[in-house]
Ligand binder design. Structure first.
Ligand code: PLP
Length: 421
């Protein structure tokens, strides 16, 4: 495997497109007349790429692996490059690197930026497997992680050590939905020479563009909204500048990461309708969330676009919309797990399962008390009941509300109302 001469890799793709996001979603990353007029690029499966001459082969190894000739399936194919072009355009990035899952994108971004002896500041609200990556894999490689309060903002500076290389953000936080002051953290990090990486899966580039706020690397679990159909796994890292793109790309290659062309084409197909879908997810989620706020069985709703959310002002300042994922706390009940089980198992439209961002609504119950370590967790609020995460799909929101209402009624009929209700 040869990744080409890094000095020959250059050029930016996403920064100059003045067109609206909807237009870019429809028109970026396809070349019909290079493909016999077909609107969508055919799928290019393959490992080997043939060269007619030795000069061609040697020349291909020396040029930009983002725009130059293809060399080997692992390094890129027309479908992965198109998806990368689309992401770079939406993110205003110099380039993007697609890999086989959102978690692979998290690990590639971190491994591109860290080495043995480094210190990492990781938000305490990170996605669970990201936490595991830090506490097990990175720890074994000699990288020390400190989990910080996601609401630290500019106070993150006090946690930066001489060997701190990366601050990793995720906003809103997984399960608990804290909004981070991304510009404040990015400003501090820029001044201190610390790299920033954000998991921006919740917002998608439609509603938050971290590179515009000074972040270096943006991680996407394309498995969620970009794909939109719960049928593939895929991830990407968008890079603020070309040097970062080179580092992330070579790190991905060195670890043998790869995004299958079928999955890239499927994801790009999903992205053509991303704006329409996400706006529907947004509207329905707000409708369900507002309804939940009126229910006595629910202690609180964790949705940053609701004025009741403690970080609503920050969300309003930095984001241009919200998506379909939010949390709520099902009031603690004397019957404990049996009450929760009755509620969850009585849902007919909401599936119980992991992941989110698909057309179908999902719910999972979780308990963050065992894993969260940075203040203010664990706190009194986390003992109020069961933390639920709802992914609102594309169903009619009135049916979703009826579904939750019916399941609550079933649980209450069986076990009585929870205290305080
Ligand atoms: C916030 C966040 N980031 C990353 C991932 C990982 O994505 P994938 O399932 O594609 O590995 C997930 C998955 O649920 C997630 O919720």
């Amino acid at each position: 495997m040869n990744t080409g001469d890094p000095s020959a890799i250059g050029g930016s793709e996403g920064t100059a497109d003045p067109r609206g996001l909807g237009t870019r979603l429809a028109h970026t990353a396809r070349e019909p007349f290079a493909n016999r007029g077909f609107v969508n690029t055919p799928i290019h499966r393959g490992s080997t790429v043939l060269f007619r001459t030795l000069d061609e082969l040697e020349g291909a190894m020396q040029v930009n692996t983002r725009t130059g000739p293809y060399t080997y399936g692992l390094i890129g194919n027309p479908n992965s490059r198109e998806l990368e072009r689309m992401l770079a355009s939406l993110d205003g990035a110099a380039g993007a690197v697609v890999v086989e899952s959102g978690l692979a994108a998290v690990s590639v971004a971190l491994l591109a930026a860290l080495k043995s002896g480094d210190h990492l500041l990781m938000t305490d609200s990170c996605y669970g497997p990201t936490r595991y990556l830090c506490t097990h894999v990175l720890a074994q490689l000699g990288v020390e992680t400190t989990f910080y309060d996601p609401r630290a903002g500019a106070a993150i500076e006090a946690l930066i050590r001489p060997n701190t290389r990366v601050v990793f953000l995720e906003s809103p936080g997984s399960l608990t939905f804290e909004i981070q002051d991304v510009p404040a953290i990015a400003r501090v990090c820029r001044a201190r020479g610390v790299t920033t990486i954000i998991d921006n899966t919740w917002a998608t580039p439609l509603f938050f563009r971290p590179i515009e706020h000074g972040v270096d690397l943006v991680v996407h679990a394309l498995t969620k909204y970009q794909s939109g159909n719960s049928d593939i796994l895929l991830g990407a890292v968008s890079c603020a500048d070309d040097a970062w793109w080179r580092r992330v790309k070579t790190t991905a290659e060195a670890h043998g990461h790869y995004a299958h062309p079928d999955d890239c084409a499927t994801c790009l197909r999903g992205m053509r309708s991303l704006e329409v879908r996400v706006k529907r997810h947004e509207a329905s989620a707000l409708e369900v969330a507002r309804w939940l706020e009126t229910r006595t069985e629910i202690v609180r709703v964790l949705h940053p676009a609701l004025p009741s959310h403690p970080d609503h002002a920050l969300w309003k300042r930095d984001f241009t919309g919200s998506t379909g994922l939010f949390g709520c706390v099902l009031r603690a009940h004397p019957s404990g797990r049996a009450y929760k089980k009755a509620f969850l198992e009585s849902l007919r439209l909401f599936g119980m399962g992991f992941s989110w961002g698909g057309f179908e609504s999902l719910v999972v119950a979780s308990d963050v008390r065992a894993s969260r370590i940075a203040p203010p967790f664990p706190d009194a609020a986390s003992n109020e009941g069961t933390l639920l995460r709802l992914s609102i799909g594309l169903e009619d929101p009135r049916d979703l509300i009826a579904d939750v209402s019916g399941a609550l009624a079933t649980a209450v009929a069986r076990f009585g109302a929870a205290g305080g209700a």
